[in-house]
Ligand binder design. Structure first.
Ligand code: ZN
Length: 286
């Protein structure tokens, strides 16, 4: 429990022992124009009733089997849940994370198409949209505790969470993306990511949030983290937050599709290299 809100009625009951009230205090504040602190000692009884509901949901997995290195898996993830419905208002979550979910479906499509045309990847590809991210990374937690393909054979996870908008720091400049986590477990992954960008995308790769000391701690806040926790190298693709973040106004009309496509292509080229190189990327650190 983090926050307890009380009504004015309860506040007045607490203040009564000091012959005070919210109205009296408000008057003092108005007169002095300064905020006021008051310490009141009182006994409070708090009844907490917690209700637990069981809700069923599922991760959605699509698999493109590789050729000669098919027992090794590259995972691409995005979460398909958002915040649900509050007071009759649906939170669609177009950027968070409709953008990532759409990217995963497009990537699955092109890998499947390549395979159909006899040019499929050497390693196997697992495209997974996960549930319950907003409730605490639950879908990816479930998958990594009960994986369909062995985690030891899982080469990396590329996680896409918010790629359709701009943040304040890049207003008017859609040619960027924040990458997080890319060098924490494997230098090879970092090098592949940079090479793919240099050769095909030329996006500004912003590493601000990769800093361990960054107070936002984004590295721990999306589904890739459950893979990283299991010593699987990850990259988290993220455009940063904006005024519609976690609001009902996160709508599809505000999505910058050209930007989204550019980032999805970068994920594709990175994944393509990871899937087809002869040497599996090395794990440097645990
Ligand atoms: Zn998200």
């Amino acid at each position: 429990m983090i926050v307890i809100s009380i009504s004015e009625e309860v506040a007045n009951a607490i203040l009564k022992s000091k012959k005070n009230s919210c109205a009296k205090l408000q008057e003092k504040i108005s007169k002095s124009g300064k905020p006021l602190n008051k310490k009141v000692k009182t006994k409070i009884v708090l009844n907490v009733k917690q209700e637990t509901n069981t809700v069923n949901t599922e991760n959605v997995l699509a698999f493109v089997e590789g050729t000669d290195l098919n027992d090794e898996i590259i995972v691409i993830t995005a979460h398909y849940d958002h915040l649900g419905k509050h007071d009759g208002v649906v939170y669609n979550g177009a950027d968070d994370d409709g953008s990532g979910t759409v990217a995963v479906i497009e990537l699955a499509k092109v890998f499947a198409k390549a395979k159909k045309e006899g040019k499929g990847p050497r390693r196997s590809m697992l495209f997974m949209t996960v549930a319950g991210e907003e409730k605490g990374l639950l879908g990816s937690d479930y998958y990594t505790q009960d994986p369909v393909y062995p985690l030891a054979q899982t080469v990396c996870d590329l996680n896409i969470d918010m790629i359709g908008r701009l943040d304040k720091a890049h207003a008017g400049d859609p040619n960027y993306i924040y990458l997080i986590g890319f060098d924490k477990l494997s230098k090879d992954l970092h090098d592949i990511s940079e090479a793919a960008n240099k050769k095909y995308s030329n996006l500004k790769l912003d590493y601000t949030y990769n800093d361990e000391k960054d107070p936002n701690r984004y590295y721990y806040r999306s589904d890739h983290y459950n893979f990283a926790k299991n010593n699987i190298p990850v990259i988290f693709y993220f455009n940063g937050v904006h005024e519609d973040y976690h609001k009902e106004t996160d709508e599809v009309s505000k999505i910058d599709f050209a930007k989204m496509e550019k980032i999805t292509r970068l994920v594709f080229h990175t994944a393509w290299d990871l899937a087809n190189r002869t040497e599996r990327i090395k794990l440097d650190k645990k």
